[in-house]
Design a binder for this molecule. Structure first.
Ligand SMILES: [Zn+2]
Ligand SMILES: [Zn+2]
Length: 403
């Protein structure tokens, strides 16, 4: 599974970053799956080493222009190439009508089969080798996060071991391969699992944009190899992020930490962080790494291969102890977060003092405390019982939480 970023800017292109698109190349089947298709994505493809003729599926996160204005041009060019037989496009309910209107009013005819699928949370595609699922994110229009999961592969069968033990060749080998226990005519018994390496875990990639911090992104990204998450704004602009339902670098890092992913890519940067401006994307990276160290910045044409690897670590150490720098950053953003929470929902009475109490009394770190606050701000909790269920380690009754 090879990821190539084709566009990493939000809203408008800059000199160095085009608008959203990510290509996932599956070399074993000579296919490319695209995630979003901002304007000029086909130009980016031409400048990359990817072959447009291999595009087989296109997943659209939402209908904002910076994610779809390149779609019709790309579909038209695929038709002119003459080598495409079918493209499946997946996206929100209005995508179907958008494509139909464009085709109609520009009198465009496609010489291949174009299948448009309206997605709903759950499974979107599955063919035995790959499964694609999606979840509804939290944005100004319906937006979906996608997850591609590869099936696990059985471990290697050590045929030489079976031969050395004198197990007769034939159907018995098939049973051993499947991990079954066999008994020979001479009475000896063998457990197939002793002849096979452990199953190879399938790889996974998750694409979450556009969204403010949301629970469904955390659920979608559970233990993924790679999470690509938008980070439109710096932590300092949390207010803007909440108002426009985009993420800050720290929100993306929190999703990564809670979902225990292996690697986080930040993307969809606001043009305000372009080179020459006071804050740069490197500052966003530092903010995110303070919470989730294994974070990288996406840039156009960045290529990353997800290799088959071992089981992900059971515990993510980054969640246990946030570095001092992370605490500092979170504290700085905290006042704003609380101010917005109180402004938009006066019923929410979790305040700064409460968070400090939470941290001190319960020995939880600032990342956890901040995440609770953030979820609370988004009215993810409706009652104390729910908080108690989600965070059993917190002595809620001593904290004077009002709803
Ligand atoms: Zn966008
Ligand atoms: Zn958007």
């Amino acid at each position: 599974m090879e990821i190539t970023f084709l566009g990493t800017s939000s809203g408008v292109p800059t000199r160095t970053r085009n608008v959203s698109s990510v290509a996932l190349r599956l070399p074993q089947r000579k296919e490319i799956w695209l995630f979003d298709c901002g304007e000029a994505t086909q130009h980016q493809l031409l400048r990359s080493d990817l072959r447009t003729s291999q595009i087989r599926r296109i997943f659209i996160s939402h209908m904002h222009g910076d994610h779809i204005f390149g779609l019709m041009g790309l579909l038209a060019s695929c038709g002119l190439a003459g080598t495409v037989s079918q493209i499946d496009v997946y996206g929100p309910a209005t995508l179907d009508r958008y494509i139909a209107s464009c085709l109609r009013w520009s009198a465009m005819r496609l010489p291949y089969k174009l299948q448009v699928h309206t997605v709903e949370p759950g499974e979107v595609f599955s063919d035995g080798e790959f499964t694609v699922t999606c979840r509804l994110l939290q944005h100004r229009v319906p937006a979906f996060g996608y997850r591609v999961t590869e099936s696990d592969r059985p471990g290697r069968f050590h045929v030489e071991k079976a031969q050395a033990l004198g197990i007769p060749f034939g159907p018995l080998y098939g049973q051993l391969k499947q991990g079954k226990t066999i008994t020979l005519e001479d009475g000896r018994t063998f457990d197939g699992r002793d002849f096979c390496d452990p199953p190879q875990r399938g790889r996974s990639m998750v694409y979450c944009t556009d969204t403010v911090f949301c629970e469904s992104a955390v659920e979608l990204a559970q233990q993924a190899d790679v999470l690509i998450h938008e980070a439109t704004f710096s932590h300092q602009e949390a207010e803007l992020a909440f108002a426009r339902l985009h993420s800050t670098s720290t929100m993306a890092a929190q999703v990564a930490a809670f979902a225990q992913v292996k690697l986080l890519f930040l993307t969809h940067f606001s043009a305000r962080y372009a080179p020459g401006n006071p804050l740069q994307v490197e500052d966003l990276l530092a903010e995110a790494q303070a919470i989730f160290p294994n974070t990288r910045l996406a840039r156009d044409f960045l290529h990353y291969e997800i290799r088959r690897g071992e089981e992900p670590p059971q515990d993510n150490p980054t969640i246990v102890a946030a570095p001092a720098k992370g605490d500092e950053l979170i504290n700085r953003g905290e006042e704003k977060t609380v101010a917005i929470a109180q402004e938009t929902s006066p019923a929410i009475a979790i305040n700064r003092a409460t968070r400090q109490q939470m941290q001190q009394k319960l020995g939880i770190d600032a990342v956890t405390a901040n995440a609770i606050l953030e979820r609370r701000r988004q009215q993810k909790f409706t009652c104390l019982e729910e908080l108690e269920r989600l965070y059993p380690q917190v002595a809620w009754d001593t904290l004077n939480v009002h709803f």
